[in-house]
Each structure stands twice: as C-alpha cells, then as structure tokens.
Design a protein around this ligand. Structure first.
Ligand code: BGC
Length: 508
C-alpha cells in the first residue's frame, strides 16, 4: 500500500515538474520573443535619434544646400525655384477673385471677395476628393474634371459663367514647376500620389487655360503658384513680418522671401522690391546628417520615385503611416506578439497617417482606439495592452523624428536669411551681438494643424535649436486655406486691372 502511495506521489511530482518546466519554457520563449521585439524598437529609436546636435547639423546642411541651389541650376538637390512673385499682396486689392488649389488628395475651388482693406477674409470654399484614376491617367482628363468643377462652382455662386468680363483665377499647383513667368511654368516632375506621364515637361497654366476654354468658362489664369507661395501671401497679408511659409501635409515644402542678388544662378534678375519668393522644394532635400532607418530605405526603394523627395519621405503625411506599418510588419515577422502575420501588413499604405495619428493620440487607459485600428485597418485582432503600448511608442518615435526634422528645416531657412540669431550662414558675430527682429513663419498642412503631438514636437525642437532668447522672436502662424486664398490674393495683385509688378521683373 505504502509503495502504491509513494508511486502515485512520485508520478504526481514528476507530472508537476513537467508542467512547471513547460510553463517556464513557454515563459522563457515568450520573454525571448518580447525581447526581440523590444530590440527592434530600440534599434528604431537609435536610428531615428534627433539630438539637438544632430538637428543643428541638419540646419547647417539646409542653409548650405540653399546657397548651392541658388548658385547654379542643379547645384543642389534643393531646386530653389524662381516664382516671379516679387511683391506680396498689400491689402488694397479689390474685387472678386477665384482660386483653384490642386496638390493633395483633395482639390479645392475658392471665391474671395476683396474689399480693399486688409480685413478678415471669408472665402467660399468647396472641396472634393480627386478620383484616384485621374491622378495617374491622362492630363486632359484631370484638367477637364477640374474645369467642370470650377464651372459648377461659378454657376452656384451666381457669377455668370459666360460673362464677357474675364474672371481672374489664381491656380495653386503644388508640384515642382519651373516658372517662366508669374502665370506660366512647366512641370518638372510629379510627387506624392500623382503620376500623369504626359504632363511632365508641359505648360501647366496652359493646360488649365485650354480646359477652361473647352468648357466655355471665361477665366484667365492670372497666377500659377505653389501652395507654399499662396500660404506665404496669406501669411504676409495678416502679418507683415512673415518671411517664409511651410506646408506639412500630404507632402512637405517651404518657400521664403529672398534678395534677388542672392539668386546668383539668375544674374541680372531685376525686381522692384529687390526680392523674390523662392520655392525651395525642400521635400527633395538630402544630407548625410538625416537619421535614416532601414524602413526609410525600403520605402524609398519601393516608391515610384526612388532617390527623390528624401526629406519628404521622412516627414510628410503621405509616408509616416507607412513607416509605422513597416516597423509593425518587421516585429510581426520576428515574433508572434501580433498573432499570425496579417496579410494587410504587406499592403503598401494600408496604414494611413491619420489612423496612425489616432493611435498615437489615443489617451484611453485601455488604448481602445489602438485596438480598433489594429483590428479594422490592419486585421490584427486581440492584441494585449502591452503590445498596444508598443505600437503607440512606434508612432511616437516616427512622428517625433518627422516634427523635429521639419523644425530643423525651418531654422535652416532662418539661418540662410540671417534670422536665427547667429548672424547668418557666414557666421562671425556672436548670438548676443545680433539684434533679432520679430520673424513670422506661416504654416499650413494637416500634420501641423490636426496632429497635436506633431505640432508640439516641432515647437519643442524649434526652442531647443534656437534657444529661448531667439525662439521668442520667432512666431509660427497657422493660415487657413492659405494655399488657395493666398493664390486668390496673388491673382488680385497680378490681375490685368491691377498695376501688378509682373512687368517690372526683368531677366537681363
Ligand atoms: C511638392 C511641393 C508641394 C508640397 C506640399 C511636395 O510633394 O513637391 O511642390 O509644395 O508637396 O504640398
């Protein structure tokens, strides 16, 4: 009997040990997997690091590249394009003006009534998404679609469409354009999600003008501007200290007010103001100081424009979600903390930046929004809280890098024009010798306006780079619909009835 009891006890003990060993084994295994994932996160954090020292290197590189791009055509990846805008709206403009804003996922038509006194503008705005097939089809189809929308908009506004009086239009076209005048220019290349091959190298305003004629709409493209230039115009209209404008939306770019004698590649450029707005096309900026990860390299290689728009691919709304998707995919492949690898994780752009921002800013204790987006968007259900926290951290790292790099870009411009308190690119004077003037930068784009964490990281970095003493002289103003409204303002100041400055620009 005793033997039997002993035998049973030993058996139970052995079984208990086996179970314990199994549990321990599983724990060890799962800890290993977790450690692997934490390793991936650590690696991401390290390669995205943007210490203030590194940001200052980016600032210097930006200022140097700006010089190079102004010195000679093709002298830098920064195109530093002439805009032929040498005067910004004064506030005395009068009349009804239209604008058409094309460049992101949506396009907008606007109508602005100007009373001649700098006042709050209250434009009528209509926005609609651009059907995806039009972004990659034939240019004529795209322009016909735009012209039809504009036609309907004018009709709705009760402005006679066929009136013999020519209506003036500001056309915001947010892609790199080599301007030949303030109202004409040739598309250099597409960026973001656009790829209409037959349009590259073609006259942009001309294509729209022809579509307007086909539609029978008596309207003249008075100005062809980049969205940054529209934003600068509106920013300056409200705040005369505005010297630069930045867009951080689907794509990213900046323009600023430059002295014509600094535009060396265009010797003998004469303007009445002695200055001109330069469209930097900073999305294409590149420097070895940029903190680049394996995910950026992959994203770039798989994009339709490899080796192009490197800065944009680290900063703008078109790409941030996709960087995060790539990190989650890698983690999911390395361990099963997300369950079996979801096929959605292999789909480029399956995770859009607005969804990523919503996960980042989920402040519910259980991270309910993160769980919902992982399930609904990426088809990853039942993710434990610990893993959801990890996802938030990935979003944070990617967004923090983007916002801080954008801040460095802004300071790069300030440095180029001697408004960063350092005495300009050639330096020489100490910070304390320099009397800082109030300097305003107009900013627009959903990443900045709708993504609080992004905005906060950007401001924090501006203060870190500039130091509090200088930073308090630098104001960031958000403009609303500046890219469009600003174009209408510029159409007004360059309209056929105004004494616009376009005739005063000479290339000798
Ligand atoms: C374009 C710029 C534009 C920016 C913001 C970039 O992809 O190249 O021209 O200003 O997006 O819309």
């Amino acid at each position: 009997m005793g033997k039997v009891v002993l035998g049973v006890s030993v058996g139970v003990a052995v079984a208990a040990c086996a179970v314990a060993a199994l549990v321990v084994g599983r724990r060890v295994k799962s800890r290993k997997k977790w450690n692997r994932v934490v390793g991936v996160l650590k690696e991401l954090e390290e390669s995205c690091e943007t210490t203030v020292g590194r940001l200052r290197q980016v600032v210097d590189a930006m200022a140097v590249e700006m010089h190079a791009g102004l010195a000679s055509e093709g002298g830098s990846k920064l195109k530093m394009l002439l805009t032929f805008v040498d005067n910004l709206p004064s506030g005395s403009e009068k009349g009804i003006f239209y604008a058409l804003d094309l460049g992101g996922t949506n396009f907008r038509v606007l109508r602005v009534e100007l009373g001649g006194q700098r006042s709050d503008l209250d434009p009528d705005v209509e926005q609609q998404p651009i059907p995806e097939q039009l972004m990659t089809g034939r240019s004529e189809d795209l322009f016909d679609f735009i012209a039809s929308s504009l036609y309907q908009f004018v009709e709705k506004a009760n402005d006679s469409v066929q009136s013999p009086v020519t209506k003036e239009l500001g056309f915001t076209f947010s892609f790199p354009v080599k301007q030949t005048s303030v109202s004409s220019g040739v598309l250099i290349k597409w960026t973001k999600a656009f790829a209409i091959e037959d349009m590259v190298g073609k006259e942009v305003a001309g294509a729209l003008q022809q579509a307007l004629a086909r539609k029978g709409l008596n309207m003249r493209v008075a100005v062809l501007v980049n969205d940054t230039v529209g934003t600068l115009a509106l920013g300056h209209y409200h705040d005369e200290d505005t010297v630069a404008a930045v867009i951080i939306g689907t794509g990213t770019n900046a323009c600023y007010w430059e002295r014509t004698d600094a535009i060396i590649k265009c010797q003998g450029l004469l303007t009445t103001s002695g200055s001109m707005v330069v469209n930097m096309e900073w999305g294409n900026f590149w420097s070895s100081h940029l903190p680049r990860t394996a995910y950026d390299i992959e994203l770039d290689a798989e994009s339709p424009n490899p080796n192009d728009q490197g800065f944009e691919k680290m900063i703008s709304g078109m790409y941030l979600g996709d960087i995060v998707r790539r990190v989650i995919l890698r983690m999911s492949e390395e361990s099963d903390i997300f369950g079996p690898v979801s096929s959605r994780l292999y789909m480029p752009f399956a995770l859009r930046t607005p969804a990523m921002a919503a996960m980042h800013e989920d402040d519910s204790p259980e991270l309910i929004e993160v769980a919902r987006i992982l399930k609904d968007v990426l088809d990853i259900p039942d993710v434990p809280l610990k893993v959801r926290k990890l996802v938030v951290k990935i979003c944070d790292v990617v967004t923090c890098r983007a916002a801080r790099l954008a801040a460095a870009g802004i300071v790069g411009i300030l440095k180029k024009i001697g408004r960063d308190g350092s005495g300009g690119i050639t330096g020489g004077r100490s910070r304390s010798d320099v009397k800082m003037r109030r300097t305003a930068v107009a900013v627009e784009g959903s990443l900045y306006t709708q993504y609080t964490m992004f905005r906060e990281y950007l401001h924090e970095a501006l203060h870190e780079i500039l130091g509090e003493d200088i930073a308090r002289h630098v104001v960031i103003n958000v403009t609303e619909d500046g890219s469009g409204t600003g174009a209408a303002l510029l159409a007004a100041s360059h309209s056929s009835s105004s004494s616009g400055s376009v005739d005063n620009i000479q290339l000798v």
